[in-house]
Write a protein that binds this ligand. Structure first.
Ligand code: ZN
Length: 388
């Protein structure tokens, strides 16, 4: 494997230009002085920001129509309308489509994403077709894809789903999902006991979609915190969306944020549409891992999403009304190290010894990279330059 030398870039967090030498798929040296590396492939990236690979921590690859012809959205704009649109038109549009998923992964990779966690629908109608389609597309992509076995249409309310979730985990799916234990399944205690039980038995991660708002959502967060602590699953549990966190009064919010920090439960946000955004600054100040993702990208649920995690970080910063550079940087953190922590990635970062998953952005600062999100100059995965 040829050594690669990135000359004169600005490694995020270092505060000075440096040379980065990559050898055997890992970062070998980060040096403030010039590195001599005879035989290395050299890229002059002077004045450009060098980031670790971007992490898409929440999307739905199996649903995507990316790369195909535009599909007009004319469904009823209600939750039931969107569900009916999704279920009713899948067969006609060939969803899940290995080709569409592959096209989206290619776009994500070109934009510097090196790791993806995707929630794949599992129910008695779809079976494990989505899991297989995502696996097939991921096998041909440099992007590392982890799946969440996702009960999109409920577990308790949709007999046969629990068994399929277990089958998915047995087949190697990396995480189990959940969905509004109260709002959809109407029985949070049984729902959570079931999904936590699966995560414990199979040693997987757990990532629960929680749209339930207000005090109901707050109570479900408490139940998730309790179970994470009781089962010692800290670092392996995430709550996606967690709209309630953005709706409760300060005192209630503070209690929950403290609980999430103590238990080691991560929060994953997409900051889409006008849905409440969790208090990113408060969560980070308390030490809670915050990750970020697109949610749906060009699918039957909605027409938006580009696959670019710097653009998504911009949406998160904007929806959080961040203007200061150090605040905007929190959104970049969610799209990088926060995602890496939520997914449990090893050897992630910009230090010697870390895996050489790198992205070079023509920006002079983290805030500029987020706000402008210009086309990436170079993307590297495990020491291999994929795009430049
Ligand atoms: Zn989702």
């Amino acid at each position: 494997m040829t050594d690669v030398l990135l000359r004169g870039g600005l490694p995020w967090g270092l505060g000075a230009p440096a040379d980065i030498l990559v050898r055997d798929g890992r970062i070998d040296r980060v040096s403030l002085g010039p590195v001599e590396a005879p035989g290395a492939q050299v890229f002059d990236v002077a004045g450009q920001l060098v980031l670790p690979g971007l992490v898409e921590a929440h999307c739905h690859l199996d649903k995507t129509l990316y790369g195909g012809p535009w599909v007009p959205h004319s469904a009823d704009d209600t939750l039931s309308g969107r569900i009916a649109n999704d279920l009713g038109r899948r067969a006609e549009l060939g969803v899940p489509s290995v080709a569409r998923i592959a096209a989206l992964l290619e776009r994500m990779s070109a934009a510097g994403t090196t790791h993806v966690r995707t929630h794949t629908d599992i129910d008695p109608a779809a079976g494990l077709r989505g899991v297989e389609a995502v696996r097939e597309a991921a096998a041909g992509s440099p992007v590392e894809v982890r799946q969440v076995a996702f009960p999109q249409h409920g577990v308790l309310t949709n007999p046969g789903t629990a068994e399929l979730l277990e089958e998915a985990l047995k087949s190697g799916v990396e995480a189990v999902g959940g969905l509004d234990p109260a709002g959809i399944d109407r029985d949070p205690v049984r729902h959570l006991d079931l999904v936590f039980g699966l995560a414990g038995r199979y040693g997987t991660h757990l990532d629960i979609h929680l749209h339930d708002g207000g005090s109901l959502g707050g109570w479900e967060l408490e139940l998730i915190i309790e179970r994470t602590k009781a089962l010692g699953l800290g670092g392996r549990v995430a709550v996606s969306h967690a709209y309630a966190l953005g709706q409760l009064d300060d005192a209630h919010q503070d209690r929950l944020v403290e609980g999430l920090a103590e238990a080691g439960v991560a929060v994953v946000t997409a900051a889409v549409y006008s849905f409440p955004v969790p208090p990113v600054k408060k969560l980070r100040a308390a030490g809670v891992t915050v990750a970020c993702g697109h949610d749906g990208i060009r699918d039957l649920w909605g027409p938006y999403g580009s696959g670019d995690m710097l653009e998504r970080a911009m949406h998160l910063a904007y929806r959080s009304t961040f203007r200061r550079d150090d605040d905007i940087e929190l959104a970049l953190e969610a799209a990088t190290v926060g995602g890496a922590r939520a997914l449990g990635l090893d050897d992630y970062g910009l230090a010697p010894g870390d895996r050489a998953d790198l992205v070079v952005v023509p920006a002079g600062s983290p805030a500029e990279a987020v706000v402008v999100h210009p086309a990436r100059t170079l993307v590297m995965k495990d020491g291999v330059v994929l795009h430049n």
